[in-house]
Design a protein around this ligand. Structure first.
Ligand SMILES: C[S@@+](CC[C@H](N)C(=O)[O-])C[C@H]1O[C@@H](n2cnc3c(N)ncnc32)[C@H](O)[C@@H]1O
Length: 456
């Protein structure tokens, strides 16, 4: 065992000491989703449509090296950080190096292919993000944000490691084509006038990953700077679409909030199980409504699209009586009751061992929150999200964000406007048929409403 460890460390590049030390949590163990062969084959077929042979091929986050099985190439180099992964039976012109994708010295590859890791920025170590975001910012000459998912770092690295006229062909979430966190990459591509083809999978191809996947091909040799969008079904039938939304309508822009009327994400208390109680749990711990617990909404699922107002009666019937999680423990102040203190004392460490709780001075004390004027669902499948006027003063939690409106706003007029708004054709599918409205996309709808209502 000892000899194996020494041997493994010898083939790990010196620069990877940082990587290994800063990855104690081994984020990469969480992202080991493997690509089905039929998708890899399809990708190679697409790549060979305009080029029969690729001399030097790079695969960052290569896993077992399965992308090496197909395709016509001179040499394939796979880079894989996890020394525990075992390789497939690799062809003679293919090899896997156990090192970090960001410490690779070689460049000028003809093709960078693969399926990089998918890990949310919250799960990456700050020192890791700081180091590589600043390295990428310098190289791209664009402000690369640390709040990018790890696959965006890999996309940047793929662009940097390929030749002036090379290609990048990756299986990555479709969101990179539209979300603000990948803006620096899009700017970099536009500055270089490369062309882009993004094929959005219409069905979930990776069952465990809750995001819409795409085949993304960036062709540096085609300097037309065209952005082309397609849908690709499970049988690989491809349909060209006008916009990333899959319709002819432009994606809803992301606008920062403006005073007076704005959307804000729901409170992330740290753990719904601990902080949002059902009626039975509230009674069991003798927690008093209005003092120890406050009404909250973690989901709008119990409501129907026809509901316009969340009244006390409706809240009681759909949430309290149905034993939904609807009571937020009120720990905004230090002066909590004995009953609430006793409740917190019953919580085992494993239940509160979350990033949010661990990063607070007192694990249960969240910053103060105000109930929004409207509550809406962040995700929907058809037309637009459920939305209600919040007469119950329920606090919005997690995926039930809120809209805050000042007293000048006509609430019913705004409600009708949002209910009639065609979100479906202006938002990209998040996962399967599910669409998710980002907070700043709702802000742009609210700003459209203000502009339009001024002319009425
Ligand atoms: C989504 S998996 C894909 C594996 C393989 N390419 C496939 O498609 O079947 C991503 C791989 O990236 C590896 N990985 C994560 N971070 C890495 C890093 N910094 N450098 C190299 N590989 C990394 C993970 O260990 C994992 O095997």
């Amino acid at each position: 065992m000892y000899t194996v460890t020494i041997a493994m460390r010898q083939i790990i590049d010196q620069n990877d000491e940082f990587e290994i030390a800063s990855c104690e949590k081994k984020y990469y163990k969480k992202c080991q989703v493997y690509t089905p062969d039929n998708i890899i084959k399809k990708l190679w077929t697409m790549l060979h449509q305009d080029k029969e042979y690729y001399e030097k091929v790079l695969d960052l986050g290569a896993g077992d090296g399965r992308f090496a099985k197909f395709g016509n190439y001179g040499e394939y180099i796979g880079i894989e950080i996890d020394k525990d992964t075992t390789n497939i039976d690799l062809p003679n012109n293919a090899s896997i190096r156990k090192q970090c994708a960001f410490s690779l010295k070689e460049k000028d590859f003809d093709l960078c292919i693969g399926n990089p890791p998918y890990v949310r920025h919250q799960e990456l170590e700050s020192s890791w993000k700081k180091k590589y975001a600043s390295m990428i910012s310098n190289k791209l000459d664009e402000e690369f944000t640390q709040s990018s998912n790890i696959f965006v770092y890999f996309l940047a690295q793929a662009l940097l490691k390929t030749k002036k006229d090379g290609k990048v062909a990756l299986i990555i979430p479709f969101e990179w084509a539209t979300r603000p966190s990948s803006r620096s990459i899009r700017n970099y591509i536009n500055r270089n006038e490369w062309s882009v083809h993004v094929y959005r999978f219409t069905d979930d191809v990776f069952s465990k990953v809750l995001t819409t996947a795409s085949i993304t091909i960036i062709d540096k040799s085609d300097k037309t700077n065209s952005w082309n969008y397609y849908e690709i079904d499970p049988l690989f039938n491809i349909t060209k679409t006008m916009e990333p939304t899959g319709t002819e309508k432009k994606i809803l822009p992301y606008n920062p909030r403006e005073d007076g009327l704005y959307s804000q994400r729901g409170l992330s208390p740290g753990s719904q199980k601990v902080f949002c109680l059902t009626e039975e749990e509230r009674k069991k711990h003798n927690l008093e409504i209005g003092i120890d617990v406050l009404p909250c909404l973690v989901s709008l699922k119990p409501l129907s699209k026809e509901n316009k107002v969340l009244t006390k009666n409706l809240f009681q019937k759909l949430y309290v009586d149905n034993n939904q999680r609807c009571w937020l423990v009120n720990s905004q102040t230090f002066a909590i009751s004995n009953n609430l203190k006793q409740y917190f004392d019953t919580i085992p460490y494993e239940d509160r061992n979350t990033w949010t709780c661990n990063n607070r001075d007192v694990w249960w004390k969240y910053h103060s929150v105000k109930a929004p004027t409207f509550l809406y669902a962040s995700a929907f499948t058809e037309y637009g999200p459920k939305i209600v006027i919040n007469r119950m003063n329920a606090i919005s939690v997690n995926s039930a964000p809120g809209i805050y409106a000042n007293s000048k706003v006509n609430l019913y007029k705004l409600l009708d406007y949002i209910k009639a708004y065609d979100f479906e054709s202006r938002i990209v599918n998040h996962s399967g048929k599910l669409k998710r409205i980002e907070i700043n996309q709702m802000n742009s709808v609210l700003q459209e409403y203000i502009k339009e209502s001024q002319f009425q």
